[in-house]
Ligand binder design. Sequence first.
Ligand SMILES: *Cc1c(COP(=O)(O)O)cnc(C)c1O
Length: 469
Amino acid sequence: MEDANGTGRAAMLRELPSIDELLNSQTGLAAVREVGRKRAVSLARTVLEDIRNKIGMNRSIKQRSELIAEISVRLENILENRRRGWITRVINATGVIVHTILGRAPISDNAAEAVLRAAGYCSLEFDFEIGKRGRRGASVEKVLAELTNAEDGLIVNNGAAAALLVLSTFANDGEVIVSRGELVEIGGDFRIPDVLAQSGATLREVGTTNRTKLADYDRAISSQTKAILRVHPSNYRIVGFTDRPDLPELSALAKQNGLILIEDAGSGALVDVSKYGLTNEPVIAELIDNGADLVTFSGDKLLGGIQAGLIVGRGGLIQTLRKHPLYRALRPSKIIYAAIEATLESYALDNATTEVPVMRMLAVDAEELERRSLRVADHIRKGSDAKLDVDVIDGVSAIGGGAGPGIELPTSLISLSHHSISAEGFAAKLREGDPPVILRIENERVLIDLRTVAESEECELTDAVIASA
Ligand SMILES: *Cc1c(COP(=O)(O)O)cnc(C)c1O
């Protein structure tokens, strides 16, 4: 036995193709096209090494044709896994609008086009009037200020960077007063006390978790105080016996004492979103009107743009931020300015609820979602050969992204149950499809919420479900 296998093994090893031969096979040529020659050589080497070991362990390979097929399958698998390693488009059927794990806000078509326009040479710092260098992002900052009633605006990489820049610039070596009800942690380790420490400021806590009064702020002011910081609790809510001073009162107190009033609005909204059930989201322009000196918020939460930190407020303060060395490290790329500019333009033209996906998904009504769900459910039922139980039921969608915790938007859900695969197993198949479909599982059923699925994606979604059934 030992001898026979030993001879077989040596013979098999001689049959192994060379790297060149492998790269000239159909799969090999595809690999070169896809990843370039250098990386394809390295992949081919890995595959051949693997197969050599496998032959060494005398497992299952008997003939040259089998050997070649096995090599080809392995190479194809590696390529497939590489493809999956890229950032891939997915269908978000979870109903969570601002889905942090799936890239937060989807950008608008206008923003995507603006990104393409800016991809090559563009007017990022070019002033057409003088034909020379102007201020980077000046046109975007202008629209931002207009939309928020502010004197000026500035854009950095994200909300965390905005808070860090503001506090480092104005509160370094001094004290910042924050209510104990607002010392929050936002997802991904953004913690107010840590950001303050990083910016060189000393935290002066006032009040209690549920109630902080104007007098609490007043008593905490000393010669060391530089600013008062208000933070939107975002992903967390205190209800019941609560109190905090109004912004105008706090603003008057700050002014009397020569302090800067900073509001970290978190998500923030450019238009009133209370009619969609989001009653706790301040409109940025109102914060400015009510006396905040600087307001910071995210570009990819309710605004529905791309990852960015937006800062608006008093002209002199914004100018100081622009000159701080940290700004140079936190300023975004041309791609970001382009996407934010196009998104803001939709708001300026009052087209946000049709053009900006996040706003559209917030505004869509339950009846339309029901009508679409019934239609998609029907297609799935017809295509899936009675392998699925398909129902349309009432449910709720979540906002996500730390906006509106506990707020639920009424929706319709397509509820699927496979006759021979568990809900987990069925969801896994959908996740592995092309494009992958990400959805919820509840009570052993797979749930599809079309709120976060574009109408243009319905056919693909239907096909993906049928193919996985
Ligand atoms: C989300 C959030 C941030 C962080 O913003 P990113 O854009 O995620 O960096 C900061 N503060 C508050 C209150 C937030 O809700």
